[in-house]
Design a protein around this ligand. Structure first.
Ligand SMILES: Nc1nc2c(ncn2[C@@H]2O[C@H](COP(=O)(O)OP(=O)(O)O)[C@@H](O)[C@H]2O)c(=O)[nH]1
Ligand SMILES: [Mg+2]
Length: 272
């Protein structure tokens, strides 16, 4: 893969008079939508949203932020509502009750209006600034999805995942390749950028509600003829986790079997 070029907007959609302040108001159709699935993230989301606000504020285009509160029982919804009072581009959707990360990302994606949709974990283990690399890869690889990867350049990993998670991630990836034929080294990184219209169908067809959804969406994008670019990104693992290792590993293996089964039996009704 060619090295990422310095970021520049993909199209001159936002030509503005010189010196004019970038207009980042509710009136503008967003160019980028940032979808954040969040479950009981009161302790982490405030700081992450501030960082995203800084990132978005430096962009010459409108950015909307969609937090999908997945039936949280902590203070997170109230906290986000409060931040939204002074940030009109921020909104929050509520699931009642908890539906799962996959279901939440899908909901946020289908609500998003941007030409591009970024999905990021609430803890920003992959820093939001790495989105620049994803934009560059979308452009240079003529891809419809650019996905962060922790496997392509290990030197970019500052704080690693715990050994057991890292190892199980590698084994999971072998199963992903075996079951889906996806030639991707890391399907699970929580930073992914999409051209919205080009991958919309894949998200509509997505059914997996939990942590295995990334594989399904990528599988569907590929099935529908879209190109996926895998991009090495920085990663500083936040050790707090909502993942129940054993329960979720078993579920994710079940997800792979389901994807394989539906793929073989025409269960996705994919029409290219
Ligand atoms: N919507 C939703 N998001 C979840 C759920 N569990 C975790 N998440 C989100 O998924 C992202 C990654 O979770 P995290 O606990 O950091 O997982 P890890 O980094 O893989 O250990 C965060 O944005 C979480 O809020 C859930 O049940 N529903
Ligand atoms: Mg995390």
């Amino acid at each position: 893969m060619s090295p990422p070029s310095p970021f520049r907007p993909l199209e001159p959609v936002l030509s503005r008079a010189k010196g004019q302040r970038p207009c980042n108001t509710k009136m503008d159709r967003p160019y980028l939508s940032v979808v954040i699935p969040a479950y009981n993230e009161a302790l982490r989301i405030g700081r992450s949203l501030e960082r995203i606000r800084e990132y978005a504020g430096a962009k010459p285009f409108p950015v909307e932020i969609i937090v999908v509160d997945d039936g949280s029982t902590d203070e997170m919804p109230a906290l986000v509502h409060e931040m939204a009072l002074s940030w009109p581009e921020l909104r929050i959707l509520h699931n009642e009750p908890n539906q799962g990360k996959g279901w939440s990302v899908r909901r946020g994606f289908l609500e998003a209006q941007g030409k591009y949709v970024l999905f990021t974990d609430a803890d920003l283990s992959a820093p939001v600034e790495e989105t620049e690399k994803l934009f560059a890869a979308l452009e240079s690889a003529d891809a419809v999805a650019a996905i962060g990867s922790r496997s392509l350049n290990r030197k970019l990993i500052g704080v690693h995942q715990p050994l057991l998670r890292d190892l199980s991630g590698r084994i999971f990836n072998l199963f992903v390749r075996l079951f889906t034929g996806l030639a991707i080294r890391d399907t699970q990184c929580g930073l992914k950028l999409f051209r919205r219209e080009r991958v919309r169908r894949a998200f509509e067809l997505q059914r997996i509600r939990g942590f295995g959804f990334d594989v399904e969406v990528l599988f569907l994008i590929q099935r529908l003829g879209g190109r996926i670019s895998e991009v090495p990104v920085r990663w500083n693992n936040d050790p707090a986790t909502k993942v129940h290792f054993l329960r979720d590993s078993i579920r994710m293996l079940g997800d792979l079997i389901a994807i394989r089964w539906r793929g073989l039996t025409g269960g996705y009704a994919v029409q290219r």
